[in-house]
Design a protein. Sequence first.
Length: 340
Amino acid sequence: MKETDFALHINGFFSRYLPGQRNLSMNTITSYRDAFKLFLLFCETEKTMKADKISISDLTPGLLTEYLAWLERIRHCGVRTRNQRLAAFKSFFHYVASMQPEHILNCQRILDLPMKKVASRAMTYFSPEGLHLLLSQPDTSNPKGRRDHALLVLLYDTAARVQEIIDLRIRDVRLEQPATVTLHGKGRKTRVVPVTAKTASIMEGYFQEKGWIEKSGILDFSVFMNNRECKLSRAGVAYILSKYVKSMSIESSHHIPESVSPHCLRHTKAVHLLRSGVPLIYIRDILGHASVITTEIYAKVDAEEKRKALEDAYEVPSQDIIPNWEKDKGLMSWLSELCG
């Protein structure tokens, strides 16, 4: 079978360019791969274009625009996911332009395709009372409940992203004082986050139950695994959290934020640190932000909460007791003379 230029560039893009020249993480490469898998599915089902027959010249801005619309309409992808898929193709056409300059005009047109504006979401987080109630939900009398409890405690205390917590290995957890957890974040960035003595105690009990204490052959095992002894997925962590949020609603629904996701616990930790007086620059390091400007969003959220509290505490005077200045004859005379 004759190789197409599209097939050749796809091979070079994923086997050499992304891992070699760009040094991207496996998670990013997997995300890019999924964007192209869906594109080939779109071509075969909607355009009757066979994957092994597609060439670079077939990939026009019009075709990609139809693909992005298909993602939203048929696959029900959100705007953020749509933009991520487009970002994968923009990276690919940067590569193609350098490899085949004769396609540079088409590449430029694709690179000019706009990202869709994303509506900003309201940040949600747990109050201290709500967090305490959430962490008391797992049944710690059984192994699964103890795993779930350790997972939720560590997710909050480290302010980890969900991908960081599922990628966590045994070697990344230091139980000796000062206890720390090493998180491997976006862009291959690594940060060391301190954890409280109580969290370290919970993790030590979890490790002892698993038989992991002072064993060297298991240091690369995932800390949190499912029933098949495979590391938890993002969907698995979200399911565990939603299960306990549902049980919370039976007891006290007013402690539950409007929308809850694993990232909500990251927001919760940041807001709690801010309200405890921790400087933004330290919160930035814990969260792994590249700039403190990103962290300032939590300061804005907290300022809004303070404004609401002040409004609730301030008693607005009744309209009935405010005097009508128009009936004050002395004032009216004075104003008339002032302009006379």
